[in-house]
Design a protein around this ligand. Structure first.
Ligand SMILES: [Fe+2]
Length: 573
C-alpha cells in the first residue's frame, strides 16, 4: 500500500495519513504532548504513525503551508515569515509590491520547504518519493471540499482565518481538483485578527479564548454597544466592494495597540457585543456579495472564523443548506485539506473514517492496565459495573451524578463528540455547577452544550438546514420545551444552543447511553462537555485520563462502554 502524509506545523500542529483514495487517520500533536493547540513540529504524531503502520517509505510528504514554522517546545528553529515589522507602518504597500516584483516571497517559500525537507529527513529516516508544499488557504478550502462534498460538483469556497501564507480571507471556485482563486484579503486586512486582537486587548488568550468573547457578546445589547460598533469597529474594517473581501484602515499588526487606545471607558461586555456584531456583518456581507455572483453554487466555509457558531447561526438562517460548514475548521483541519486535494486528483470520492473520531483508540484491557498504575496518585480505581455498564451510567446521570465517557477513538477536532466527554443531566441546573466546580472552571457567562438524539431534535431546537449538525459547528434557537429540558446546556441570556445532533450510526455506544437516559428521564439528550482539565487539550491517552481524574473531582468513568469505574480517594502517606 502506498502511503502519504500531510503535515501542518504551526498553530495546533497536525498530520493526516492517507492513501491514494482514503484518509486513514488525522492526528494533532496536542494528543501526545498534552499541550493545548501545540504548535511544535508534529514529531510525536509522525513517530506514532510510523510505528503503527510500519512506515519506511512514503509516496508524498506535503507541508500544509508555503511558509511554515518548525518549533521545538515552542523554541523557534526556523523563521518563515519575514520580520520587517518596523517598515510596515508607512511603507507597507511599497515593500509588499517590491517583494512580489523581486520574487522575495517565492524565495522564502522555497527556503521554508527546504528547511522542512531537511528537518524531516534528519528526524524520521523514512524514504520519501516526493516532498511538496501547498498554500494554506487552498488547504482550508479543500478540507471542507474533501470532507463534506461531492467531488463531482462545483462549489464556491470561502475561507476566513487569522492569516496563512499572506491571506486572511480567500474566495475560490473548486471543481474536482481544479482550484481558481477569485479574490483574497492580505494578512494585514484580517477579520480573524480583529477578533483575536480584541480578545487579547480584553485580557484573554489570543487564538484560544475567542469563544469566550463570543459567549460574552450575547450579554450586551445594541443600545449599549452601538457607540463602539459605529465609532471604533465600523471605522476600522469594511467590505471592499471592488474585491468582495474585508479591508482594514490600518494593518492588522497594529489592531491591538489601536483598540486598546480606543477602548478606554467602555465596558468589556459592550466591547464584546460590538465586536461580534461587526464580524457578523462583515462575514454576512462577504457571503451575500459572492452568493449574488454565483447564485447556483453551494458555499463551503472553512478557516478559524468558522468556529464562531453565532455567525454560523445567522448564515444558516439566511442561506439554509446552501452553505456547508467545515467542522473544527481552524488550522487543525489543514492536513485534511492537503490530503483531500491529492486524492481529488485521481478520484471523485474520498473514503473517510466515521464522523471525526480520528485519534488514537485503546483496547479496554490496555486502558484498565494503565488505570491500575495509580501509585503516584491520590486515588485507586475500582470497577463499579461490568455487565450493564451503559445502564448503570445512565442511572447515575439521572440521579444527578456527572461522569466521563472514555470510549473508542479520540475526537480529532476541538469539540467533544461523546468519546472523550463529561456527561450530565441537561435539565438539572445543579449539573452546570457540578461540572464547572468539579473540573471545567468555566467563566460564569459561558454555557455548556448538549448532545441530542436525532429523532427528537425538533422538540428542542429550530433548524434552518440539515447539514453538519452532528459536529457542533452551529448554534440554534431553542423551543420552550428545549429551554426547560436543556437548562444546564443552553446560553442563559439568548437561549441559543450549540448542539451535537446524534444519529445512531455515528456513534452507537454513545447513542445507546443517551437512549437509556431518555428511558429513565424522558429527556433524549445529555449535557456534553470536553473531557479535559481547564487549559489542557481533550484527553487522549489513558495516562492523560489518570491525570484528569487526579486534577478534578470527577468520580465515575465509562470505559469503552464496557466497564464503569469509580475513583476512590486513598491516603498513601
Ligand atoms: Fe488558517
Amino acid at each position: 500500500m502506498a502511503y502519504s502524509i500531510a503535515i501542518h506545523s504551526g498553530h495546533n500542529s497536525n498530520v493526516c495519513f492517507f492513501t491514494s483514495n482514503q484518509i486513514i487517520e488525522v492526528i494533532a500533536e496536542e494528543k501526545f504532548s498534552n499541550i493545548k493547540d501545540d504548535n511544535s513540529f508534529p514529531k510525536q504524531s509522525i513517530e506514532y504513525l510510523k510505528k503503527k503502520y510500519s512506515i519506511d517509505i512514503l509516496e508524498n510528504v506535503i507541508f500544509c503551508s508555503k511558509r511554515f514554522w518548525i518549533h521545538k517546545h515552542n523554541k523557534e528553529l526556523f523563521t518563515g515569515p519575514p520580520t520587517t515589522r518596523i517598515f510596515f507602518k508607512s511603507l507597507e504597500n511599497i515593500i509588499n509590491f517590491a517583494k512580489i516584483r523581486l520574487g522575495y516571497n517565492s524565495y522564502l517559500n522555497k527556503r521554508s520547504l527546504l528547511n522542512g525537507i531537511n528537518f524531516f529527513k534528519n528526524n524520521f529516516h523514512i524514504k520519501v518519493k516526493k516532498f511538496s508544499s501547498m498554500d494554506h488557504h487552498k488547504c482550508h478550502a479543500f478540507s471542507a471540499y474533501g470532507f463534506l462534498c461531492n467531488l463531482n460538483n462545483k462549489y464556491l469556497s470561502i475561507v476566513i482565518d487569522g492569516q496563512g501564507d499572506g491571506k486572511s480571507t480567500s474566495i475560490s471556485l473548486i471543481d474536482g481538483n481544479s482550484y481558481e482563486l477569485l479574490s483574497f484579503s492580505n494578512w494585514y486586512n484580517s477579520l480573524g485578527e480583529l477578533y483575536s486582537a480584541t480578545t487579547k486587548a480584553l485580557g484573554f488568550k489570543k487564538l484560544q479564548h475567542e469563544y469566550k468573547i463570543m459567549g460574552l457578546a450575547a450579554y450586551s445589547e445594541e443600545k449599549y454597544f452601538s457607540k463602539i460598533y459605529k465609532n471604533i469597529f465600523k471605522k476600522l474594517m469594511y467590505l471592499d466592494q471592488n474585491t468582495g473581501v474585508p479591508k482594514s484602515k490600518i494593518s492588522s499588526r497594529d489592531f491591538e495597540k489601536y483598540l486598546l487606545s480606543k477602548f478606554k471607558g467602555f465596558r468589556f461586555d459592550s466591547i464584546a457585543g460590538a465586536l461580534q456584531k461587526t464580524v457578523e456583518d462583515l462575514v454576512m456581507n462577504t457571503f451575500e456579495y459572492w452568493k449574488n455572483k454565483y447564485p447556483d453554487l453551494k458555499i463551503i466555509y472553512s478557516g478559524g472564523v468558522v468556529m464562531n457558531v453565532k455567525i454560523n447561526k445567522l448564515l444558516s438562517e439566511k442561506f439554509g443548506d446552501d452553505i456547508i460548514f467545515m467542522p473544527s475548521g481552524g488550522d487543525e483541519s489543514l492536513s485534511i485539506g492537503a490530503a483531500s486535494y491529492f486524492i481529488s486528483q485521481n478520484h471523485t470520492s474520498i473514503k473517510l473514517p466515521k464522523l471525526t473520531y480520528y485519534g488514537p483508540s485503546f483496547e479496554t484491557s490496555k486502558i484498565m492496565d494503565a488505570l491500575s498504575k495509580t501509585n503516584n496518585y491520590s486515588f485507586d480505581i475500582i470497577c463499579e459495573g461490568k455487565k450493564n455498564s451503559i445502564d448503570e451510567a445512565a442511572n447515575l446521570i439521572s440521579k444527578g451524578e456527572i461522569l466521563c465517557r472514555y470510549s473508542g477513538a479520540t475526537e480529532w477536532g476541538a469539540r467533544s463528540l461523546g468519546n472523550r466527554a463529561i456527561l450530565a443531566d441537561p435539565s438539572n441546573f445543579d449539573s452546570f455547577n457540578k461540572v464547572n466546580n468539579y473540573i471545567k472552571m468555566r467563566d460564569f457567562w459561558m454555557p455548556f452544550a448538549p448532545t441530542i438524539l436525532f429523532e427528537y431534535k425538533d422538540k428542542y431546537l429550530y433548524f434552518y438546514g440539515e447539514q453538519n449538525n452532528q459536529y457542533m459547528v452551529n448554534a440554534f434557537d431553542s423551543t420552550e420545551e428545549g429551554q426547560q429540558k436543556l437548562k444546564a446546556a443552553i446560553h442563559s441570556k439568548d437561549k441559543t444552543v450549540r448542539a451535537q445532533i446524534l444519529k445512531q450510526d455515528d456513534n452507537p455506544g454513545y447513542y445507546n447511553l443517551i437512549k437509556q437516559f431518555y428511558e429513565i428521564s424522558g429527556i433524549p439528550a445529555l449535557l456534553n462537555t470536553s473531557l479535559n482539565v481547564h487549559g489542557y487539550p481533550l484527553v487522549s491517552s489513558p495516562e492523560q485520563l489518570l491525570f484528569t481524574l487526579e486534577n478534578s473531582q470527577l468520580d465515575y468513568c465509562l470505559i469503552n462502554d464496557e466497564i464503569l469505574i469509580k475513583k476512590v480517594l486513598i491516603n498513601r502517606k
